[in-house]
Design a protein around this ligand. Structure first.
Ligand SMILES: C[S@@+](CC[C@H](N)C(=O)[O-])C[C@H]1O[C@@H](n2cnc3c(N)ncnc32)[C@H](O)[C@@H]1O
Length: 259
């Protein structure tokens, strides 16, 4: 075994051990509950745009995007646009590295790798900031409900001709809405790519935790994922990702398209 294989084997063994450690799981659950009380997911930004994600999930997205090398990332839920800028910047790095490998000078404005964001309410100040951002030339946005038939059809049209598509669902977190988003957008995911469903964590919190929201225990992205998977064997939950992250809002939400 060479040094790299040894490193990887040790890493895999420790991830498996940590995932099986009940004390670690309970400490993590408690940590996540406290973090949620302090709106931890709102405390970060990516290239100056507020991003409503945990740093651990951001690292996981980086690993996935680099692995899949999509030419289109579709995201529901824009908010301040941090996650769109994250996706766009990762696509920019793929283009940059491919240009270096090919020995050509990259014209960043001519790239075909793009991000499509959908939100029911793109606030004017967020739209203006995104349009002024250096990554804006890779970002398209559509305003409307992600489950309206007109919008779904626009997204499908936009996806035509794209070879590798990755989807991220992070809008309204009710069971019904997430299930409708899965039905609309998961079929666009390419084989070996991912549909990432955020906020499955809602199911792990006490019933009264989200008292001011339409979602909660038993009615959230996790229940939608489990329902969707019953009739969609082309997807499986990639547990290797949450097993190493531990701190994630998307346990059971990293769905890999396997066929
Ligand atoms: C959690 S935020 C998105 C955070 C963003 N993905 C990020 O990482 O920074 C949820 C967003 O979903 C949007 N939203 C809520 N209901 C929606 C719907 N029916 N269709 C599309 N977007 C919706 C909200 O307007 C809000 O901006």
């Amino acid at each position: 075994m060479n040094a790299i294989e040894e490193f990887n084997q040790r890493k895999t063994e420790f991830i498996a051990k940590s995932a099986a450690d009940i004390k670690f799981a309970e400490t993590t659950r408690r940590w996540l509950e406290l973090a949620n009380r302090y709106e931890y997911s709102y405390h970060f930004s990516w290239l100056s745009r507020p991003i409503i994600q945990y740093p651990q999930d951001i690292v996981a997205l980086q690993e996935l995007v680099w692995q899949v090398k999509p030419d289109l990332i579709i995201e529901t839920g824009i908010a301040h646009g941090g996650s769109l800028v994250l996706s766009a910047s990762l696509l920019a790095l793929i283009d940059y590295s491919e240009a270096i490998e090919a020995g050509v000078i990259l014209n960043p404005k001519k790239t075909h790798r793009r991000v499509l964001g959908i939100d029911i309410d793109i606030r004017e100040h967020n739209r203006a900031a995104l349009e002024a951002h250096p990554m804006s030339h890779r970002i398209d946005m559509i305003q409307g409900s992600s489950i309206s038939p007109e919008l779904i059809s626009k997204v499908h049209q936009h996806s035509q001709g794209k070879e590798k598509i990755l989807v991220i669902l992070d809008s309204n977190h009710t069971h019904e809405h997430t299930l409708a988003e899965l039905a609309a957008y998961a079929p666009l995911v390419s084989v070996d790519s991912y549909c990432v469903v955020f906020d499955t964590i809602i199911d792990d919190f006490p019933s009264d935790f989200f008292h001011d929201r339409p979602w909660g225990k038993g009615n959230n992205p996790k229940t939608a994922v489990l329902e969707y998977l019953k009739t969609h064997p082309e997807f499986e939950i990639d547990q290797t990702i949450p097993n190493k992250l531990m701190l994630t809002v998307a346990r059971d939400g990293y769905l890999k398209r396997i066929r």
